[in-house]
Design a protein around this ligand. Structure first.
Ligand code: FES
Length: 117
């Protein structure tokens, strides 16, 4: 949802632009700028944070050559942080598109990402 669409959406819904903006900024799955074909969400909440999140995030950033909020040059992946995915028993967890994975180790990443052309 680009900034320029806020006013139009507010008009269609019959609510104020601030309300639309509030919803758009609250939900992490409402993207405010174009994303890649696949979105990789890395959980940074408590269980994952204590179970290898940092290593996993660093490995992902290194493997993809991007950091949070960025998209790979080929438009294949966008990397974003996310709050608890509800997969705490599989921490550290991540989500690619609609698929949740965990526990994920840095060694799992090449094989995992290969499934998302
Ligand atoms: S804390 Fe990561 S899935 Fe719950």
């Amino acid at each position: 949802m680009p900034d320029g669409a806020i006013g139009a959406i507010a008009k269609v819904l019959g609510i104020g632009p601030a309300s639309v903006e509030g919803v758009a900024t609250f939900y992490s799955l409402i993207f405010r700028q174009p994303v890649g074909r696949h979105v990789v969400l890395v959980c940074d909440s408590s269980s994952c944070f204590l179970s290898g999140f940092d290593e996993l995030k660093q490995a992902l950033a290194s493997h993809l050559g991007i950091d949070y909020g960025q998209t790979t040059e080929d438009g294949r992946f966008t990397l974003l942080p996310v709050c608890c995915l509800g997969a705490c028993d599989g921490a550290p967890a991540l989500m690619i598109d609609d698929d949740t994975y965990g526990p994920v180790s840095p060694d799992d990443l090449p094989g995992l990402l290969e499934g998302y052309p």
